[in-house]
Structures are given as C-alpha cells and as structure tokens.
Design a protein around this ligand. Structure first.
Ligand SMILES: Cc1ncc(COP(=O)(O)O)c(C=O)c1O
Length: 465
C-alpha cells in the first residue's frame, strides 16, 4: 500500500511512474543497497555499479586470455580488439563522429584535464574559466601562468549560482590575438548542480576560443550528444556514470584541437621512434600519443558493458527520475521551519528543477540562524547509514561565493608569513573568521528511489527545534 506521501509525490511528479523499470532493476541488480539498508546519496561523488556489470566483466575475464595489447601475438590481439572496440563504443555512445573526435583513455577526468593543461599552447594566450569549476580545471591555470597566459575567472552569482552572462560575453569577445585561447566550464556544477548553457560552446568558437567542457558531473544523468554540441575537449570519469570500474576516464577530443597540443614528454607507447644517441623522438598519431604506458586493458572492456547498461535504462528515464526526486527533495527541505519560523536550510543553487541536476547543496541552521557545522551533519547522517558528502567538493570558487568568503579575507590569509608554504584546513577556518568552510551535498542518481529521499527528509526533520 503506497504511503500518503508517495501518493502526493506521484500526483506532483506523474512522470516518475514512467521510471518504474528502475525499481525493478534496483531489486534485481542493486539488491545490496537495500539488503544492507544503505541510503546512498552521493551519486555526484560516484555512481553505483550493477551486479550484472561485474558478472559480465568477470565472465569475459574467465573465458579469455589477454596479453599486453599492440603486438601481433594472439593474446595481445585479443586485448587490442577489446580496447579498440571500447574506444569505438565510447564515441558511438556520445554520438561523436570518429572522423571528428578521438577518445583517449585516461585514469579519470583529472587525468584528462592534465593532458590538456600540460600540452595546451598557452604562451601569449588566455585561459578563461568560471568560478564554478572543479579543482582539476582550476589547476590548469598553473600551466597557463607558467607559460605567461592571462588567466581570467568569471564569477557566479547568488542565489542561483549561475554565471553573469554579460561579463562572460565581454570576455569571450576579447580573445588574445597573438596566442591561443582556452575557455573552460562545467556542463553541470558539482557544487550547485547548475547546468551551464551548452550554447556557450558555439559562442566561444565564434570568437576563436577552444572550449573545454568538463562533463564529469553531467554525463551520469544527461545525454551528451557530440553531433549537436562540439566542445574541443571533454573530460569524463566512467565510475561516475556506472560505478565500475574505477580508475578509468577519457578525454574526448576534437582532432582539429588536439593537433594544437604539444606533449611535454614522451613515454612508452606514445612514440613511433625514440632514439638515445640521436636525442630525438617522434610522437605517434592520434590517441596513442596521449596514452602513456600500458593501458588498463583488462578493465577497459568493462566500459562497453557499463555503457550498454546505461543505454538499456535510457537517459530519458534516468533524467525523469532524477528530476522528480530532486524536485521533491528541494520543496520539502526548503519548507522545513523551526518552531519560531526560521528555515532549517539554505540552498546554494537553484531551488526549482529548471536548468539544474540532481545534487542539492545546503547548509543547515538552528533556530537562532546559526549554521550547523557540516562535519556534524555528516557524522549524524553516518549514524543512520546515509552516505552524503560535505565540504567544498573540490570546487573552491563556488564554495567561496556560496559561503560569502571574500577576496580580501583570502588575500589576508594567504599573505601571512606563517602561511607562505603550508595552510591546514583548521588554520584556514580561523582565517575566515569562523564562517562555515563547507556545505552538505545530497545527490540523487540513476537508482535512487523515493524511500532514499524520504529517509533523508526524516533525518533532516530530526534537526528541527
Ligand atoms: C565536475 C567535475 N569535474 C572533475 C572531477 C574530477 O573527477 P576525478 O576525481 O574522477 O578525476 C569531478 C569529480 O568529482 C567533478 O565532479
């Protein structure tokens, strides 16, 4: 018998009914979630794998004999066949024309970002990026600084944490004329879950920018169609989409943009010829030039299994489910009030489901409007087997805006002599005058159900006074 709340939920979000196939799948393929009474709400941190993915992968390993690829012996050829098959499948999954795009295997999205950062021809150029970015995108600025490029950040604005479009348009309209220009933004924020407009890609191209679209937080619940949008560099991590295996990501790169990159070194597997006495090397063509050493050839075949798993569910179904559950979570959390009428939470990001994904980032406040420490919330959630994430989620720019930490405070903190080389998180907290240094992120994903969200809401209710 459905509860009254579930009936109300279905009335408000009738599309959720169309995602019932996921409930059946969860029973069969993700039973361990409920068997162990887990409330998993950290899908932006990592996806959850289905048992069938593991079984299929293990079956393949049990039956096959695979050697180090790229040789002509039979076991090597068997591995090459699977690795190249996975590469093709990845391009197909993202609707990328193989004449236009390449898939380069990396160990995660950060590895893909580093490949771009260390190889991009920055001298005399510009690196433009949004405040809202993961640290692995922020980190590219160090390569840009080192090579004398101008680095410019575009702020995001409270309360929705979207970008100031007029400022972005101004910056896009003034690329460097004497160097290369790289513009980086996330398709979906891992802090506020804002979906930034993909229309920016063509706008940037029109002014001569190369575009790095960080799709790591977007592709677990949204279809990225590279026949419709054409970013130059797209980093992803596969465990975020389908949970297994960890340790594999990809850089999807447009061949024309890839041709601009200059790798700062060579390694086993990346060259056609390298000479010791001749002090010379020649890089291989295409993806090979960017894949250092031996590929993870036993795990790469699990990617095709994972991608097929997602296709069997369908992004439209995943999207509907995430939207309905996020809407319910947002409306219920924001309506919770202490006995004196003070709200329990403040949401950092959009409070409706428009133009946002399934992560809800908040801080909790007591009835005197004093924030609960995010570490306290995490500890309390741990006690009832709820997995959520707290802190700044490696996105300091969004965090600084959300938590009201100013440039002046940061300058004062970072220029203290004792902070020249080292700064602990506790000292940083002192610097920002006791302001909250983090938030609480609840993220729903592909196999979240209504009960998971209700369990979190009932936990939140327990914080009311
Ligand atoms: C938006 C975004 N970009 C990049 C990354 C980095 O991914 P990884 O840690 O797998 O390299 C993450 C991880 O949380 C992310 O959310």
């Amino acid at each position: 018998m459905p509860t009254k709340e579930f009936q109300t939920f279905l009335q408000k979000y009738p599309a959720y009914k169309k995602t019932e196939s996921i409930d059946a799948l969860r029973k069969k393929d993700y039973a361990r979630l409920d068997d162990a009474e887990h409330v998993y709400l950290d899908y932006t941190g990592g996806g959850i794998y289905a048992e069938s993915q593991i079984q299929k992968h293990h079956q393949l390993l049990k039956e096959g004999v695979f050697g180090n690829p790229h040789s002509s012996n039979p076991t090597s050829l068997a591995a090459t066949h699977l690795v190249e098959g996975a590469r093709e499948y990845i391009l197909k999954f993202f609707n990328a024309d193989p004449d236009e795009y390449l898939a380069i295997f990396t160990s995660n999205a950060s590895g893909a970002l580093k490949l771009v950062g260390e190889s991009y021809p920055f001298p005399n150029g510009r690196y433009l990026l949004t405040f809202d970015n993961h640290n692995s995108v922020n980190g590219i600025r160090e390569f840009a600084h080192a090579r004398g490029a101008d680095v410019t950040y575009i702020p995001v604005m409270l309360p929705d944490m979207r970008v100031d479009a007029s400022q972005l348009n101004l910056e896009l309209a003034r690329p460097s004329k004497s160097g290369n220009n790289l513009f980086a933004f996330p398709a979906q924020s891992n802090f506020s879950s804002v979906k930034h407009p993909l229309e920016w890609i063509e706008k940037a191209h029109a002014h001569g920018w190369d575009v790095l679209l960080d799709a790591a937080a977007y592709v677990p619940t949204n279809k990225l169609d590279l026949s419709k949008v054409k970013p130059d560099f797209v980093p992803i991590s596969f465990y975020k989409i389908f949970g297994y295996p960890t340790g594999l990501g990809a850089l999807l790169a447009r061949k024309s943009a890839l041709a601009k990159l200059h790798r700062p070194w060579f390694a086993g597997g990346t060259i056609t010829v390298a000479s010791v006495q001749g002090d010379k090397y020649y890089l291989a063509e295409g993806a090979t030039a960017f894949e250092d050493g031996t590929l993870d050839y036993l795990n790469i075949p699990a990617l095709e299994i994972g991608l097929k798993h997602i296709e069997s569910i369908g992004y439209d179904v995943i999207g509907e489910r995430v939207k309905a559950l996020t809407g319910w979570l947002l409306e219920n959390l924001t309506s919770m009030k202490h006995s004196n009428g003070e709200p329990l939470v403040r949401v950092f990001g959009p409070t409706s489901t428009e133009g946002r994904g399934g992560a809800v980032t908040v801080n909790f406040y007591d009835k005197n409007d004093k924030a609960f420490d995010h570490r306290f919330i995490e500890n309390e959630a741990n006690k009832v087997n709820i997995s959520l994430r707290t802190g700044c989620f490696c996105n300091p720019g969004a965090g600084e805006v959300a938590l009201g930490i100013s440039r002046v405070e940061l300058d004062v903190c970072f220029t203290r002599p004792e902070h020249e080389d080292r700064l602990s998180i506790d000292d940083f907290r002192l610097c920002i005058d006791g302001k909250s240094s983090g938030a609480v992120r609840i993220s729903v994903g592909m196999v979240t159900n209504f009960n998971d969200v209700q369990a979190f809401l009932s936990f939140a209710k327990g914080l009311l006074s």
